[in-house]
Design a protein around this ligand. Structure first.
Ligand SMILES: [Zn+2]
Ligand SMILES: [Zn+2]
Ligand SMILES: [Zn+2]
Length: 252
């Protein structure tokens, strides 16, 4: 395999890992919007100015956390974008003298993974990755007013606005799932042992998400890839790689 092909594979693999993160984020954003909408529905004396109103939501946020991988794991560093706050090369980022040489960077000198496709200089390589977490927070009438300045006066308008935002997150998720599938499809074309791909461990999640978008044909293709990967895992090296993945998942 030529170096170019190998690099392209690594980029696809890294993209899949990044898509997982972004898909989860859209789901959590949607959940928060739905909670707000539900609370709004129960809010009866909406027009009464002096009545305050509190509700709780699970707010998603990004946090930098130290990578926890077993000591014998081949490389325990990650390249991440500080602008997009996303992981661009994780796992599997090897030592490089200069971040522009990290395999997720294109020849034109831009990242091929993060949302804004940022320059290498916007990236960091160290022992930290971004994780998406949620925290339970109280929201007041004032918080809503601040966020939805235009729509706040009219309950109906505010409901419509929230409904549209929920739809937007749904559409975004479908788009990301589709893009992620395209990466898997290209990886499948280059018929190399699946055990060399870290993205294989996300297949179950991906199959579940694809089912939600209702694209049955793509679900079947992903299941076929999963079978193929399981077949390959029966080999000795395959078993070892599988174990590494399992351990990695446990410790992550
Ligand atoms: Zn790298
Ligand atoms: Zn990046
Ligand atoms: Zn970026």
């Amino acid at each position: 395999m030529t170096e170019g092909v190998l690099r392209a594979r690594k980029q696809l693999d890294a993209n899949v890992n990044n898509f997982m993160y972004r898909i989860k984020l859209t789901e959590l954003k949607k959940q928060e919007l739905k909670q707000t909408k539900e609370a709004l529905k129960k809010w009866e004396n909406y027009r009464e100015e002096n009545k305050n109103f509190e509700h709780e939501v699970d707010e998603p946020y990004k946090e930098l956390v130290k990578i926890k991988l077993p000591w014998w794991y081949l490389t325990t560093q990650a390249t991440r974008c500080t602008v997009c706050e996303e992981n661009c090369h994780y796992p599997g980022c090897w030592w490089v003298s200069n971040l522009s040489k990290c395999s997720v960077m294109s020849e034109q000198g831009k990242c091929t993974v993060c949302t804004k496709k940022c320059l290498p200089t916007k990236h960091e390589k160290d022992d930290y990755i971004y994780e998406i977490k949620t925290k339970r927070v109280k929201r007041t009438k004032e918080d809503l007013k601040k966020k939805y300045e235009k729509e706040f006066r009219d309950k109906k308008k505010l409901e419509t606005k929230l409904e549209n935002e929920i739809k937007w997150e749904e559409a975004e998720k479908i788009r990301l799932v589709e893009e992620c599938y395209q990466c898997f499809e290209k990886l499948m074309e280059t018929a190399l042992k699946s055990t060399s791909m870290s993205s294989i461990q996300h297949l179950d999640f991906m199959i579940e998400k694809m089912k939600e978008t209702g694209k049955q044909e793509r679900v079947l293709k992903l299941e076929e890839l999963k079978r193929r990967a399981q077949e390959e895992n029966k080999g000795l090296i395959g078993r070892l790689c599988h174990q590494i993945n399992v351990l990695w998942k446990d410790s992550a």
